[in-house]
Ligand binder design. Structure first.
Ligand SMILES: [Zn+2]
Length: 675
C-alpha cells in the first residue's frame, strides 16, 4: 500500500519510503488529468462552478504529494530523493504545460471570463477567475497560431540564453583564484577566516591560502584584509565577471535576453516586459516603480552622501587614503562600525536562548492574535528534531498545525524558510485548516551549552514565523488564493513586520532574559542594536536603488536602441554613484537575479517590502505594539485574506491609506535631523 496514495490528513512521514514517490506522482498526475478531462468533456455550458472552481480543486492530491516531496527535498534530502526530483520535475512541467496549452479548457474559461460582469460573483470568485484566465492568456492562449509559435520559440530561446548566462557566471566565478603564500597577505582576517582560506588551498592541493569569488570567501576578505592592492585585485575580478570580451562574456546574452523579453511582452499586448511583469504585482506598472525608486532616492541621497564623507574622513585619518575606492568600502565600514558600536554577537547571545525566543514569538502571537501553541507528540514527523504544535485561537478553535525544524543537518539546505504541507480552504461547508512549517539552521545545543541565537537569527526566526502566521491564519475559500499565495511584492509584509517586535522593549522583556542569570536584556544594549541597525543605511539604500533602477532601465522600455551594456549602466547609475567608476567592471553581465533568476522588473520589491512593513508597523507604534484592535485588523484585512483581493485594496483597508515611505526613512535614520 502506498501511503501517499491513501487519503491522509497529517503527512504520513514515517510510512513513506523513497520508492513510494514516483508511483504516487504518476498516479496523482493521472488522476488530475482525469479531473480536467471531466471539465472539458462536460456537455453543459461552462459556468464558474463547473469550470473555474472545478479547475481550482483539480489535482489536490498532486499538490499534496508535490509539497510533501519538495519540502523534504529541502529539509531532509538524500541522493535518492534528489534523483527522483530530477526525474519528476520535467514530468511536472509537462503536466502544467499541458494545462496552459489545453485549448478546450481555455475556451471554457474564456467564455466564463467574458460573461464575468453578468455573473453574480463574490470578490474572491472574481479574483480566482481573473487569475485563472491570466494563467492562460499570459502564456499566449488567446493568440493566433503564428504568434503562438513565435512565442514558444522565444521561450525556448530565452531558456537557453538564461542557462548560458548562468553557466558563464559560474565559470567566471570558478576560474578566478587568489593564491596567497605569505601569511602577511592575509593580515587583518579573523582566525576562522584564515583557517577557511587555508582549508580551501589544501582541498586543491595547494600551499598557503586561497581566496575565491564565492561569497563565503570573497566577503570576509573584502571586509578584513589590510592589503589594499589585493582587495583591489579581488574586487576588480568580482566586478568584471562575464565582461572580458572572451567566450564567457555575457554582454551579447544580456542584450539578447532584454530584446526577446520585450518582443514577448509586445506579442502578448503589453508595452514592455516590465508592464507585463508588474501587471501581477502590487506596484502595478513601471511608472509607479520609477516614482517609488526616485522618491526614495531623493530622500536617501543626502544621508548617503553624509555617510560617504564620514567614511572618507575615517579612511583618510586612519590610513591616509586620499580617494576612497569600491574596494575600500566594506573594509573601512567594518572598522568604523566597530569603533562606533563595538557590538558583538557574543554579548547578545546569552539573552537569546532558542527555547526562550520560541516562547517569545508564541507570546507575541498570543498577545496580538490570541493564538495558543500547544506542543504535541502524536504527529508524525520526518526527523526526531522536528517539533509539532497544535495552534488554537482564543475560543479554543483549532487553527493550524505548526511544524518547527530548527537545526542544521546533513540533507538540509542552508537558510531559513516557511512552507506548508497542506493549504487552507473551504469546501462543502467545512473550513479545512492548514499545516504550516518553519525550517531554519540554528546552532544546536550541546550538553554544556544551550542553543544561543545571534540577533540576526532572532530576527530570522520572527521573520519566518511571520510567513507562518500568514499561512496559519488564512481564511479563504480557494486554496490557490490562501495564505502566502499573494503578489510577490506583498508576500514579505507579514514576515518583515514581525521583525519589528525584536527591537521593542515591551516585546523583548517577554523573552530576552539571560540564560544563566535570568536578567532581562539591558536597555542600553537594545539601544545599541537599534543604532547599529541603521549604520550606513543611506549608502545601503542607494545601492539597492541602483540595482532597482538598472533593472528597470533594462526592462521598462524598448531595448532595441541599446547597443552597449556599459553605456546603459553608466546612464542608469548616474544618480546613485558614490565611488568612482571602474571602467573594466560591469554589473549586468553577472546580475543573475534579473538575467537568470526570476527578479526581472522585480528588484525594487526588496525596498518596496521594507516600506510596507515600516508603514504598517508605524500604526502599531502609534497605537501600541500590542494593540488588539490594530492586530485584529491586520489579521482580518491582511493575513486572513491571502490573495483574494488586490494587495493595495487590502492594505488600504488595514492602514486607511496607501503606504508612505516616511516611516521607513524614519526607522532607517534617513530623515534630516531636527533640532
Ligand atoms: Zn521572507
Amino acid at each position: 500500500m502506498n501511503p501517499l496514495l491513501t487519503p491522509f490528513d497529517t503527512a504520513p512521514f514515517s510510512k513513506i519510503k523513497d520508492e513510494h514517490y514516483k508511483p504516487a506522482f504518476l498516479k496523482a498526475m493521472e488522476d488530475a488529468r482525469a479531473e480536467i478531462d471531466v471539465i472539458t468533456n462536460n456537455s453543459t455550458a461552462p459556468t464558474f462552478e463547473n469550470t473555474v472552481e472545478a479547475l481550482e480543486f483539480a489535482g489536490q492530491q498532486l499538490n499534496r504529494v508535490s509539497s510533501l516531496f519538495f519540502n523534504l527535498n529541502s529539509a531532509e534530502t538524500n541522493p535518492e530523493i534528489q534523483r527522483i526530483a530530477q526525474e519528476v520535475s520535467p514530468l511536472l512541467s509537462e503536466f502544467s504545460n499541458d494545462i496552459t496549452l489545453n485549448q478546450e479548457l481555455f475556451a471554457r474559461i474564456k467564455s466564463v471570463y467574458e460573461e464575468k460582469d453578468k455573473l453574480d460573483l463574490s470578490i474572491e470568485q472574481h479574483t480566482l477567475l481573473e487569475k485563472k484566465y491570466k494563467s492562460f492568456s499570459r502564456n499566449g492562449a488567446h493568440l493566433g497560431e503564428d504568434k503562438k509559435q513565435r512565442l514558444r520559440k522565444i521561450d525556448a530561446e530565452l531558456a537557453k540564453l538564461k542557462l548560458q548566462f548562468g553557466e558563464n557566471v559560474l565559470a567566471e566565478t570558478n576560474k578566478f583564484e587568489l593564491h596567497l603564500t605569505q601569511a602577511s597577505d592575509l593580515k587583518g582576517l579573523p582566525e576562522g577566516e584564515m583557517e577557511a582560506a587555508a582549508q580551501l588551498a589544501k582541498s586543491k592541493d595547494k600551499e598557503g591560502w586561497l581566496v575565491t569569488l564565492d561569497y563565503p570567501s570573497y566577503i570576509p576578505f573584502m571586509k578584513y584584509a589590510e592589503n589594499r592592492e589585493l582587495r583591489k585585485k579581488l574586487s576588480l575580478a568580482f566586478g568584471s565577471k562575464g565582461f572580458h570580451g572572451d567566450e564567457l562574456d555575457n554582454s551579447a546574452n544580456v542584450l539578447q535576453i532584454a530584446k526577446l523579453r520585450y518582443e514577448r511582452a509586445v506579442l502578448l499586448g503589453y508595452a514592455s516586459h516590465a508592464h507585463f511583469v508588474l501587471e501581477e504585482r502590487m506596484a502595478e506598472n513601471p511608472e509607479k516603480v520609477y516614482d517609488f525608486l526616485n522618491e526614495l532616492l531623493e530622500k536617501a541621497k543626502p544621508a548617503a552622501e553624509r555617510e560617504f564623507r564620514q567614511l572618507e574622513d575615517f579612511a583618510r585619518e586612519l590610513d591616509g587614503i586620499d580617494q576612497l575606492q569600491k574596494w575600500d568600502g566594506s573594509y573601512y565600514s567594518e572598522k568604523l562600525k566597530q569603533k562606533l558600536f563595538n557590538l558583538d554577537d557574543e554579548k547578545l547571545k546569552p539573552y537569546f536562548k532558542l527555547e526562550n525566543v520560541i516562547a517569545g514569538v508564541f507570546k507575541v502571537a498570543e498577545k496580538l492574535f490570541g493564538l495558543q501553541f500547544e506542543e504535541v507528540f502524536d504527529i508524525d514527523t520526518y526527523h526526531e528534531e522536528v517539533k509539532t504544535y497544535r495552534v488554537y485561537d482564543s475560543e479554543k478553535n483549532f487553527i493550524s498545525l505548526f511544524y518547527a525544524d530548527f537545526h542544521p543537518r546533513k540533507g538540509k539546505r542552508g537558510g531559513a524558510w516557511m512552507t506548508s504541507y497542506k493549504s487552507q480552504y473551504r469546501k462543502n461547508g467545512k473550513n479545512i485548516r492548514p499545516h504550516v512549517s518553519n525550517v531554519c539552521n540554528f546552532t544546536r545545543s550541546t550538553p554544556s551549552k544551550p542553543s544561543l541565537l545571534t540577533f540576526t537569527e532572532v530576527t530570522t526566526l520572527f521573520h519566518e514565523f511571520g510567513h507562518g502566521l500568514h499561512g496559519m491564519l488564512a481564511n479563504t475559500t480557494y486554496p490557490g488564493l490562501s495564505g502566502t499565495s499573494v503578489f510577490w511584492d506583498f508576500v514579505e509584509l507579514p514576515s518583515q513586520i514581525m521583525e519589528n517586535w525584536c527591537y521593542e522593549k515591551e516585546a523583548l522583556e517577554l523573552f530576552a532574559t539571560h540564560y544563566q542569570t535570568g536578567e532581562t536584556i539591558p536597555m542600553e544594549l537594545i539601544k545599541k542594536i537599534k543604532e547599529s541597525a541603521t549604520f550606513q543605511e543611506g549608502m545601503a539604500t542607494l545601492r539597492q536603488l541602483s540595482f532597482g533602477l538598472l533593472d528597470m532601465a533594462w526592462h521598462a522600455g524598448d531595448p532595441t536602441p541599446i547597443s552597449d551594456v556599459k553605456t546603459l549602466e553608466n546612464q542608469a547609475f548616474k544618480g546613485t554613484q558614490l565611488y568612482p567608476d571602474t571602467p573594466d567592471t560591469c554589473l549586468s553581465t553577472a546580475f543573475a537575479h534579473i538575467f537568470q533568476g526570476g527578479y526581472s522588473s522585480g528588484y525594487y520589491s526588496y525596498k518596496w517590502a521594507e516600506v510596507l512593513d515600516a508603514d504598517a508597523f508605524a500604526l502599531f507604534k502609534e497605537k501600541g505594539i500590542f494593540n488588539k484592535d490594530i492586530a485584529t485588523s491586520f489579521k482580518e484585512n491582511i493575513l486572513a485574506k491571502g490573495g483574494t483581493q488586490k494587495p493595495m485594496v487590502l492594505y488600504k483597508k488595514f492602514r486607511g491609506s496607501e503606504p508612505s515611505i516616511t516611516p521607513l526613512l524614519e526607522r532607517a535614520g534617513l530623515l534630516p535631523k531636527v533640532g
